[in-house]
Design a protein. Structure first.
Length: 323
């Protein structure tokens, strides 16, 4: 056991297991492109261990692999096919006025002080479905097979205010470093003019996702999810979202914590709708939900593909501290 602990200690911290929105889209694209092709042997999981002696790498990979497999099996016992939610009608005419009201409220919200050496702390509940090029007929795995949604679980992250600082995350009972997290400044320093902001987002996300509009919507949603935004930037994000073709208002949505709210949504070319959910009175951001709006190769209309809920957001001076 001492040797095992020492070998584990020598390894670099694991990367953040939460897929970014763009990686999620990329995997789904690959899945859809190859879903009709005949499959052969189901590929095995791989763990990249760099800078570790071969014998040590083999032992630690076995330890880590067994731990991950046990956790997947434990989660699988508590999950089944992805839930089906009602596909609500979207109101294109109502999205602009709602986003403008939210922008006005956000613009007068008191600014939270954030020093260069501080960290943004976010506590959430999350569950995502990922898509891989894997058509095997074996048992369904949470987070791997397209018909099984991950179990809703707690997530805490500590993201640096500026670049060149490691972050921290706690998820699934584990604590691990985030070697290259997007700093809060990536979003806090965005332009405050909506048209300029949207033009920059389109340029930064060119070639990503399923269409330029969907990629832009996803980037803005990512900025809302795990960051602390200055009021003028938050207001600009809402006004920029109103300029994206296809954005609609959804009268009722539910986040991962079961809270009902009003939503701003966009449906991509593959039939997946993403919703940003807000408190209908205060316009506080609650979380996100994504699901299919029509039957596709992935699943039936209404199949839930992701859900989140932000429970706490604040500033701390050190990683691991809570507000």
């Amino acid at each position: 056991m001492n040797e095992r602990a020492e070998l584990t200690r020598l390894l670099p911290p694991p990367a953040d297991p939460e897929l970014s929105v763009y990686r999620h889209r990329l995997l789904k694209d690959a899945f859809l492109q190859q879903i009709a092709e005949p499959t052969t042997t189901r590929p095995g999981r791989r763990f990249a261990l760099l800078g570790v002696p071969v014998a040590a790498a083999v032992l630690v990979a076995a330890i880590v692999g067994a731990t991950v497999l046990d956790r997947h099996r434990a989660d699988e016992a508590n999950a089944g096919p992805a839930p089906i939610v009602a596909v609500a009608a979207g109101d294109a005419a109502g999205a602009g006025p709602l986003l403008e009201r939210m922008a006005q409220v956000a613009g007068v919200t008191p600014r939270v002080a954030l020093g260069r050496d501080d960290y943004v702390y976010i506590k959430s509940k999350v569950a995502w479905m990922t898509f891989t090029v894997d058509g095997g007929s074996g048992p369904k795995e949470i987070g791997v097979d397209g018909s099984v949604l991950d179990k809703v679980h707690s997530r805490e992250v500590w993201l640096p205010a500026t670049q060149n600082t490691e972050g921290l995350a706690r998820e699934r009972g584990e604590t691990f470093g985030l070697a290259n997290p997007r700093p809060n400044s990536r979003y806090a320093d965005l332009p405050t003019d909506p048209a300029t902001l949207l033009a920059q987002v389109y340029a930064d996300t060119q070639g990503q996702g399923n269409g330029a509009d969907g990629a832009a919507f996803d980037f803005l949603g990512e900025a809302l999810r795990e960051s602390l935004l200055p009021p003028p930037v938050a207001a600009a994000i809402y006004r920029a979202a109103a300029l994206i073709p296809g954005v609609v208002l959804v009268a009722d949505s539910v986040d991962a914590a079961g809270r009902h709210g009003i939503a701003v949504a966009f449906t991509d070319e593959l039939g997946e709708r993403r919703e940003w959910i807000f408190n209908p009175t205060t316009f506080e951001y609650l979380g996100e939900r994504s699901y299919l709006v029509r039957d596709t190769s992935i699943g039936k209309a209404g199949m839930l593909t992701g859900t989140t809920a932000v429970l706490e957001r604040g500033v701390v001076h050190r990683k691991g501290d809570r507000p």
